[in-house]
Design a protein around this ligand. Sequence first.
Ligand SMILES: NC(=O)C1=CN([C@@H]2O[C@H](COP(=O)(O)OP(=O)(O)OC[C@H]3O[C@@H](n4cnc5c(N)ncnc54)[C@H](OP(=O)(O)O)[C@@H]3O)[C@@H](O)[C@H]2O)C=CC1
Ligand SMILES: O=C(CO)COP(=O)(O)O
Length: 334
Amino acid sequence: MSAQASIAVLGAGSWGTALGIVLARNGHNVCLWARDPGLAERSQQDRVNARYLPDCPFPESLKITADLPLTLNAAEQVWLALPTKVLADFLSDHASHFPVDAIVVNASKGFEQGTGRQISQMVASCLPKHPFVAVSGPTFAHEVATAKPSAITVASVQPQAAECIAATLRNHTLRTYPTEDVIGVEIAGGLKNVLAIAAGVADGFGFGANARAALITRGLAELMRLGGLAGAKPETFMGLAGVGDLVLTCTDDQSRNRRFGLKLAQGYTRDEAVAAIGQAVEGIGAAAEGERLAGRYQVDMPIVHAVYQVLYEGVLAREAVSQILAREPRHQEV
Ligand SMILES: NC(=O)C1=CN([C@@H]2O[C@H](COP(=O)(O)OP(=O)(O)OC[C@H]3O[C@@H](n4cnc5c(N)ncnc54)[C@H](OP(=O)(O)O)[C@@H]3O)[C@@H](O)[C@H]2O)C=CC1
Ligand SMILES: O=C(CO)COP(=O)(O)O
């Protein structure tokens, strides 16, 4: 891999655009793929993605296009920043066009819809020979793109691939932390969005800071219980991709998932709240997959279950909260 890499970033929403900007600023040649030719053309001309990151100008070495073969051509790294629900179809349609030696880097958070498979498993079934890396952590796109200090986990079962991607991504405002625990990083990143919805609901009802802290702590316990049975390392949940991202998204209104929960508490239906946010709300799909995984591993996940009931079974948010509070008292354990 050359010091100046040729990089394809697929998905020109807020996260793909932010990553494209950072990678280009780091001196790499980046081609960002947008599915909307109009957006690609305007952004290439104006040197900014006015729809998703209007105040973040493109560095010179960032190009944006809707031409996928051109984007993938000779890429040494292919970064995925698409909503998780479209990933399965996207990979089955386009994986055969990925350059054979490219490292595949996933930056999305969630699970395959309908199966609960992790993104690493989806990628492995379509691209079994490509090294795979997952990046995840407390990183709001706008803060990363505007070079606010941030830190991110870079996970791969192939340490060399993790180190390569960490070196590509890090700079003086973005610290990278490699790990081999892909399972833990993906479970934490996928399910913290469900808990952020719950935090938004609780704050929307005015339950206060104590309730929010309890929710984060007990939510973390749910992630660790599931992660333990799925083969993750407990310490991953105490790191950036675990408690780091959980705290970020449960406490700050930059989070779309948290804002979605706030809307539910205001009485919006699920679909009205999705429309009001107007961007990816990964916690919705992840609630269904979290419920599926809890069943598969026979693990108690009451907060994930409550969010699932509100989103899929028509239970009122207030009622779901009362049900959690009415649970049998128990000893604290993780
Ligand atoms: N934003 C953030 O701060 C962070 C986001 N992430 C994760 O990154 C992933 C992407 O999120 P984010 O960029 O924020 O989402 P956004 O809602 O900002 O953007 C979504 C992007 O996906 C595109 N898209 C939607 N459907 C399709 C499709 N069928 N085929 C191709 N492209 C499609 C949209 O295109 P169009 O504009 O044409 O609709 C848009 O470019 C999510 O998994 C999220 O959890 C991770 C860390 C930080
Ligand atoms: O994952 C994120 C930050 O780490 C972004 O969270 P939201 O998708 O809730 O905005």
